[in-house]
Design a protein around this ligand. Structure first.
Ligand code: ATP
Length: 506
C-alpha cells in the first residue's frame, strides 16, 4: 500500500474513533458517499465556517451574507443550464460492474503520464545536481518530450469530445488508449452515457398537482436570484459581494474517497458583482485573496497550488482551482471563476425580470459581471484534518497521535484536568471550567491517569491542557501544557484566558 494511502486510511479511522466523522446510517450498513459529523467534527466544521465568514463577510464592508432555501423554483435550473448540461459521462466495466466517470478515466491516464514526467525530472535533477535546468530538460529530453506530446494528443481528443457531447468519441478514446478497469483489469466497457447529477423530488401533494423540483446542486443560484433583493435592501454599490454557506446535493457517479466527494456536502460561496470589463482584474484579486486565506491557517504553501483551467465552462472567461495536496494527491479544494454576465442574463431571460444595476458614476444601467469563489467546506475539513494528523515517537520511546490543528479551528481550546480525583482538586478544576466555558469550548476530564488524558486531548487536537494539582490549592497556579511542544508552564489561574486568547490570534 502506498504510504499516503496508508495515512488516508488512518485519518479515516481516527476521524471515526474520536468523533469527527461517522459513516451515515452506519447501523444499517451505511449509505454510500454520505457522512455524519460527530461531536468533534461539528465543532471543527463550525470553526471553519466561522473562519471563512469572518474573512469574507465581516472583514469586507462590501460583502454581505444570505441563507437561501435548498428548494428553488425548477425553472432556475433550466436557466442556469443544470437541467440540460449538469451531467457527467459515465461508463461501466462489464466484468467488475464498476461505474466510472469516462472523462476521469482519461484524466487519470494523463496523470499517470505526468507522474512519469515527474519521475524523469527528479532523476535528472539528482544526476545533474546544481547545474540542472528543468525547463531545458523537459523541452529537450526525448522521452519527456514524447510524454508531453502524448498528453497533448489525448487533450486534443478529450476536450472537444466533452464540449460536443460526443459520447462515442470518448468511448473510442478510452479504447484507443487501452485503458483497463482498475478493478477487473479488463477492457470490456459499456457505451458512454450522460448522467444528470441533480436529485429530483416532488413538491406539493399529488392532489394539488405535484411538481418535480431539485435539491440544489450548488448554493450560487440562491445568490443570483436574490441579487436584486440584496442590492436594494442592502443599498449595495457595485462592486459588492454576496456570500453563503449551505448544503448542496449531487448524485456523483464515483463517490469514493471519504468526505472528498460526497452526495450531500456543504459549500462556502461568494459571488462578487463587478462592472463589465473589470472582471479579470477582480478575478486576479480574488485568486490572490483566497490563497492568502488558505495560507493564513498555517498550513505550508507547498501544500497548495493553482490549476488554471484549459477548458472553460460555457459561462466562464477565466477559471482556476486552488488544489490541495490531500493524501490522495493534489485535488481541487476551491474554484474561482469569472462567470461573466451569464447567470444574471439567463435569469433575466427566464424570469422576465430586469436584473440590472444603475451605476451612478457611469450614469448607465448594466447587468453586472460576476467573479465567484466556491469552496467546499467538507474538503477544507479534510485538508485541515489530514494535514493535522501526526504520528510522533517521543523521547521516552512511547508514541502519540496528535492532531496539530490550527488552534483557532480546534474543537476544544482547553481541557481542564484535576491531577487526581481527590483532595479538592476536582472541585477546583470545576471552578476553572465554569469560569472558562462561556469564553471557549472546554473539556473537563478526571478519568484515568494524567498521561492518558493528555493523549486523548492530543488525539482531538486540544491546544491546551490545564492541570490542577496540589500546588494549585495552595497558590492558585496551574500547569498549562501546550499540545505540540508538550511544554508545561506554571501560571496563575487569572492568566489562563489571556494566554489562550493570545494563542488563538497568533
Ligand atoms: P469536481 O471537479 O471535484 O467534481 P467541481 O468542479 O464540480 O468539483 P464546483 O462545482 O466548482 O466543483 O464546486 C465548488 C466546490 O465545491 C469544489 O471546489 C469542491 O470543494 C466542492 N465540491 C464539489 N462537489 C463536491 C462533492 N461531491 N463533495 C464534496 N465537495 C464538493
Amino acid at each position: 500500500m502506498a504510504k499516503n494511502e496508508d495515512i488516508f486510511k488512518k485519518v479515516i479511522a481516527h476521524a471515526k474513533e474520536y468523533g469527527f466523522v461517522f459513516p451515515s446510517s452506519e447501523i444499517y450498513d451505511g449509505l454510500s458517499a454520505v457522512y455524519d459529523y460527530g461531536q468533534c467534527g461539528v465543532e471543527l466544521k463550525n470553526n471553519i465556517k466561522d473562519y471563512w465568514w469572518k474573512a469574507m463577510v465581516q472583514a469586507h464592508e462590501n460583502i454581505v451574507g444570505v441563507d437561501t432555501a435548498i428548494f428553488m423554483h425548477p425553472t432556475i435550473w433550466k436557466a442556469s443550464g443544470h437541467v440540460d448540461a449538469f451531467s457527467d459521462p459515465m461508463i461501466d466495466n462489464k466484468d467488475s460492474k464498476k461505474r466510472y466517470r469516462a472523462d476521469v478515466l482519461v484524466e487519470d491516464y494523463m496523470a499517470k503520464i505526468e507522474g512519469k514526467i515527474n519521475k524523469e525530472v527528479t532523476k535528472a535533477a539528482k544526476r545533474f545536481g546544481e547545474s540542472f535546468d528543468e525547463q531545458q530538460f523537459i523541452t529537450t529530453n526525448p522521452r519527456v518530450v514524447g510524454y508531453y506530446e502524448k498528453i497533448g494528443e489525448v487533450k486534443k481528443r478529450l476536450y472537444p469530445a466533452m464540449d460536443e457531447n460526443d459520447l462515442a468519441g470518448i468511448k473510442k478514446l478510452i479504447e484507443d488508449l487501452e485503458i483497463a478497469c482498475p478493478v477487473s483489469g479488463s477492457r470490456n466497457w459499456t457505451d458512454v452515457r450522460q448522467f444528470n447529477l441533480m436529485f429530483a423530488t416532488q413538491i406539493g401533494s399529488l392532489s394539488e398537482g405535484a411538481n418535480e423540483i431539485y435539491l440544489r446542486p450548488e448554493t450560487a443560484q440562491g445568490i443570483f436570484v436574490n441579487f436584486l433583493n440584496v442590492m436594494k435592501s442592502g443599498r449595495m454599490k457595485v462592486p459588492f459581494g454576496i456570500a453563503q454557506i449551505g448544503k448542496a446535493f449531487r448524485n456523483e457517479i464515483v463517490a469514493r474517497q471519504f468526505i472528498f466527494r460526497m452526495r450531500e456536502f456543504e459549500q462556502m460561496e461568494m459571488q462578487f458583482f463587478v462592472r463589465p470589463g473589470e472582471e479579470l482584474k477582480w478575478f486576479e484579486y480574488w485568486k490572490e485573496e483566497r490563497m492568502k486565506w488558505h495560507l493564513s491557517m498555517g498550513i505550508p504553501a507547498e501544500k497548495y497550488r493553482f490549476h488554471d483551467h484549459d477548458k472553460l465552462a460555457h459561462y466562464a472567461n477565466a477559471a482556476t482551482d486552488i488544489e490541495f495536496d490531500f493524501p490522495i494527491g493534489f485535488k481541487e479544494l476551491e474554484g474561482i471563476h469569472s462567470r461573466t454576465d451569464f447567470d444574471l442574463n439567463a435569469h433575466q431571460e427566464f424570469s422576465g425580470k430586469k436584473l440590472q444595476y444603475f451605476d451612478p458614476e457611469l450614469n448607465e444601467n448594466y447587468v453586472p459581471y460576476v467573479v465567484e469563489t466556491s469552496l467546499g467546506l467538507d474538503r477544507t475539513f479534510l485538508a485541515v484534518l489530514s494535514h493535522a494528523y501526526t504520528e510522533e515517537k517521543l523521547e521516552d520511546g512511547s508514541e502519540r497521535v496528535v492532531m496539530k490543528l490550527p488552534p483557532v479551528l480546534a474543537p476544544y481550546k482547553a481541557a481542564i484536568l484535576p491531577l487526581v480525583k481527590k483532595d479538592g482538586m476536582p472541585e477546583k478544576a470545576r471552578e476553572i471550567m465554569d469560569s472558562l466555558k462561556m469564553d471557549f469550548m472546554c473539556r473537563y476530564d478526571e478519568k484515568d491517569a494524567i498521561g492518558r488524558r493528555y493523549r486523548r486531548q492530543d488525539a482531538i487536537g486540544t491546544p491546551y491542557c490545564i492541570t490542577v494539582d496540589h500546588q494549585t490549592l495552595e497558590d492558585n497556579t496551574v500547569t498549562i501544557r501546550e499540545r505540540d511542544s508538550m511544554k508545561q508552564d506554571r501560571i496563575s489561574i487569572e492568566e489562563i484566558v489571556r494566554i489562550i486568547h493570545d494563542r488563538l490570534k497568533a
